[in-house]
Design a protein around this ligand. Structure first.
Ligand SMILES: Cc1cc2nc3c(=O)[nH]c(=O)nc-3n(C[C@H](O)[C@H](O)[C@H](O)COP(=O)(O)O)c2cc1C
Length: 224
């Protein structure tokens, strides 16, 4: 698969088939993904891969905690800036509206929206779940390095015929994840990622998120 095809066909999938992803496939993808560059070759990424009963147990523990705390615990970092400004605010709002529109869930139907959002904590049905952590001493540069590692995983998943959903939503259950996976206190739980065979028939997976036109984010300087 060409890199451009992997990039063009990667999109966030939010419904998966249960067909298992093997340990070998996960190890193959993640070991190659670690060829990602990182400033000073620090390689600040850490990842827990959950398959089989281990994946189900995390889902079970979070579901149990959600009975009392449906939206979990405030994450240890701001998933979005507390006062997101334009144009970012509108972009965020728009993709959410587009996503719920694929399932005909109107804005007023908060219960249905929450019910769908809660599928995050079942990895949207994916058989494999990844949890990414990063040492708290790391700064913006290392978080960017971690992002490149994540992107490599998502692109390599395409090469294996798999799809992904990166999931910051898991950061809302950091105490449960920390306890279950024995994540040391010096590490922060950044996000999760669902990995599996996408259910191409699910309406939510028809979503094609938009991108701003090139001129909004590219400035080319040619003449001195
Ligand atoms: C780090 C990260 C965390 C994300 N967290 C979530 C999440 O918790 N739940 C979700 O449904 N989508 C999540 N997304 C997916 C984004 O909404 C998605 O990437 C964006 O809307 C662009 O769509 P695309 O990935 O289909 O191109 C996340 C994406 C990234 C990069």
């Amino acid at each position: 698969m060409k890199v451009s095809d992997a990039i063009a066909t990667r999109k966030t999938m939010r419904a998966f088939k249960p067909d298992p992803v093997s340990r070998e496939t996960i190890e193959k993808i993640i070991s190659l993904a670690a060829r990602a560059p990182s400033g000073g070759n620090v390689q600040p990424w850490k990842v827990h891969a959950l398959i089989g009963p281990a994946r189900d147990e995390l889902v079970r523990r979070v579901a149990e905690f959600r009975k009392q705390h449906p939206m979990g615990t405030p994450p240890e970092y701001h998933i979005y800036p507390p006062a997101l400004t334009e144009p970012y605010k509108t972009r965020r709002f728009r993709v959410g509206e587009m996503m719920y529109a694929t399932m005909n869930i109107p804005r007023e139907d908060k219960a249905a929206r929450i019910a769908f959002f809660s599928r995050n904590w079942e990895f949207f049905g994916a058989p494999a779940g990844l949890i990414f952590t990063i040492d708290r001493q790391m700064q913006q540069g290392q978080w960017a390095d971690l992002g490149m590692f994540l992107q490599n995983i998502m692109l390599l998943a395409r090469e294996h015929g798999l799809h992904t959903c990166p999931q910051e939503a898991w950061a809302m259950f950091h105490p449960q994840i920390r306890e279950y996976l024995s994540v040391p206190e010096n590490e922060m739980i950044f996000c999760g990622m669902a990995v599996g065979d996408a259910d191409e028939t699910a309406p939510v997976n028809t979503l094609e998120s938009e991108r701003a036109p090139l001129a909004e984010y590219l400035t080319v300087w040619e003449t001195a």
